[in-house]
Design a binder for this molecule. Sequence first.
Ligand code: 2BA
Length: 111
Amino acid sequence: MKLIVAIVQDEDASRLVNQLMKEGFGVTKLATTGGFLRAGNTTLLVGVDDEKLQSVMDIIEHVCKSRKQIASAPTSMSHMGGVYSAASYPVEVTVGGATVFVLSVDQFVKL
Ligand code: 2BA
C-alpha cells in the first residue's frame, strides 16, 4: 500500500477531491501553507493499494494545472544613516500542477 501526499493549489483542490471520491478513493484534505509564497495551498492524503497508484497519479496530473504567481523576493540590504533597510522586488514563479510524495505504508488499520 502507498500513501500519496499531494500538495496542490487551492483552485484545483475541490475538483481533485470530487474526482478522486467519484473514482472510489479515500481522501483527507488539509489546509496548508507554502513556505516560499507563504500563501495557502492544499495537501491531500490518499491511501491506495499499489496497483491503483497510477490511476491516482493520472487523476492528479489531469486535474492540477500550473499557474504563474507573483512572489516578493528580498533584494539587497542597505545601511544608511545607521539604519538597515531591505528592499524587495516582485518575481514570477510557476506553481504546480502538483508536488507529490509517494510513501510506502508499513501498516494500515482502522480501529
Ligand atoms: P511554496 O513553497 O509557496 O512555493 C511556491 C512556488 O514557488 C513553487 O512551486 C516554486 O515554483 C517556487 N519556489 C519555491 N521555493 C523557491 C525558491 N527557494 N526559489 C525560487 N522559487 C521557489 P512548486 O514547486 O509547484 O511548489 C508548490 C508548493 O508545494 C510549495 O509552495 C510547497 O508548499 C510545496 N512543496 C514544493 N516542494 C516541496 C518539498 N520539496 N517539500 C515539501 N513541500 C514542497
